[in-house]
Design a protein around this ligand. Structure first.
Ligand code: NAD
Ligand code: WQD
Length: 341
């Protein structure tokens, strides 16, 4: 049997990275993970090992450290790279724009430098539906133009995609996956998201409220032009996000062309409102949730969900989990963090 390729995963101790490493190991890939651990913890790396029963190399490296990256590439022959390492908070990016451009754009540039020097050509990039802003039509497909970014975070993802398009013309092969709203946790309850401080994102806020860490969830606005007045999003189980990376690696491996930049929406194609999600959480977990309706959150897009046709057709990917399962797994992980049964 042909030996599976060696994949470098940057930010592999983070939320989506860790779930992807599980999928890669289960698919038989050799995996090397690097992470600065600035926004994660070693217990996630241990969780990956417990779930898979497989070994992989882990190095505490900051992607901005060009000399450490060079040594890493010198010591390993990677076949492909999945680049998760970045900061991801919209609010924080508004307060600290330079920090976001430095880390999100800078880490990609350092990585690309090493890839060019050591002739590693396949890259999967973590992009975001935020590149679309409020699209003119939904479900949004990949041909929709980028709108003016709502935040430095969004702008950093747009910039990274522009850089990658240019790099594709000089021989880097890129699949840019535009994630919609990843939620949930591994069904084992051994890995999940570790939000820092007060969560901005809806589902960690929901589970923390249910666990009593927060007193009440505020639903930001019920006067939007949507069926129940709350915003509409495309929530997708993190394991389904993770599995798409394995399809994307395979897709690049099988390509004949030497120069490729392809963007793929990574969403379910189903629009779900914030209030629907709240009701589904109560129904799926049997836990009551204290919530109120509050004012709109500045910068929020009214409704966005994916047209996932391209990723389904080209990569042969299909989501496995529904919203109820995603919320159950998110709740299971939240309880694990607090030692609740
Ligand atoms: P996360 O914060 O859980 O994981 C990111 C990991 O990267 C962390 O473990 C952090 O320590 C590490 N990291 C950050 N900067 C680094 C650097 N310079 N060098 C090495 N390691 C570094 O975030 P996540 O939710 O897993 O997101 C992963 C990627 O997906 C990010 O690029 C993010 O922008 C993108 N994304 C996330 C979402 C989402 O809702 N979670 C949606 C769209 C896109
Ligand atoms: C979802 C909905 C809120 C919290 C962000 C980034 C995007 C991507 C995913 C990285 C919105 C509402 C939230 C709360 C609420 N990340 N909400 N009460 O805004 O769709 O996208 O995360 O790339 O770039 O912008 O996700 O989870 O913050 O919000 O009512 O306490 O939940 O108003 O309508 P969003 P979110």
């Amino acid at each position: 049997m042909k030996k599976k390729n060696h994949v470098l995963v940057t930010g592999g101790a983070g939320y989506i990275g860790a779930h992807t490493v599980v999928e890669l190991l289960n698919a038989g890939y050799e995996v090397t993970v690097i992470d600065s651990l600035e926004r994660s913890e070693l217990r996630i790396v241990e969780g990956i090992k417990s779930i898979t029963g497989k070994e992989f190399s882990f190095h505490k490296i900051d992607c901005l450290d060009a000399s450490a990256m060079k040594s890493l590439f010198e010591a390993n022959q990677f076949d492909s790279v999945i680049h998760f390492a970045a900061y991801k908070s919209v609010n924080e990016s508004v307060e600290k724009p330079l920090m976001y451009y430095q880390n999100n754009v800078g880490s990609l540039m350092t990585l690309l430098e090493a890839m060019k020097q050591y002739r590693v050509r396949d890259l999967i990039f973590s992009s975001s539906c935020t590149v679309y802003g409020q699209p003119d039509y939904i479900p949004v497909d990949e041909s929709a133009p980028f709108k003016k970014a709502e935040s430095p975070y969004g702008a950093s993802k747009q910039l990274c995609e522009h850089i990658l398009e240019d790099m594709a013309t000089v021989g880097i092969r890129v699949a840019s996956l535009r994630y919609f709203n990843p939620i949930g946790a591994h069904p084992s309850g051994l890995i999940g998201e570790l939000p820092i401080g007060v969560p901005n994102n809806l589902v960690p806020y929901v589970t923390q409220t249910a666990a009593g860490v927060r007193a009440q969830l505020t639903v930001f606005g019920n006067d939007y032009d949507t069926p129940d007045g709350s915003c509409v999003r495309d929530f997708i189980h993190v394991c389904d996000v993770a599995s798409a990376h394995v399809n994307a690696i395979q897709y690049l491996e099988d390509l004949k062309a030497g120069k490729v930049f392809e963007a793929f929406n990574l969403g379910t194609g189903k629009g779900v409102s914030v209030l629907e999600l709240v009701q589904k959480f109560i129904e799926a977990t049997g836990v009551n949730l204290n919530y109120k309706i509050g004012p709109r959150r500045p910068g929020d897009v009214e409704k966005v969900y994916a047209n996932p046709e391209k990723i389904v057709k080209s990569l042969g990917w299909n989501p496995q989990y529904d919203l109820g399962q995603s919320l159950k797994h998110a709740w299971q992980w939240e309880k694990k963090i607090h030692g609740l049964s």
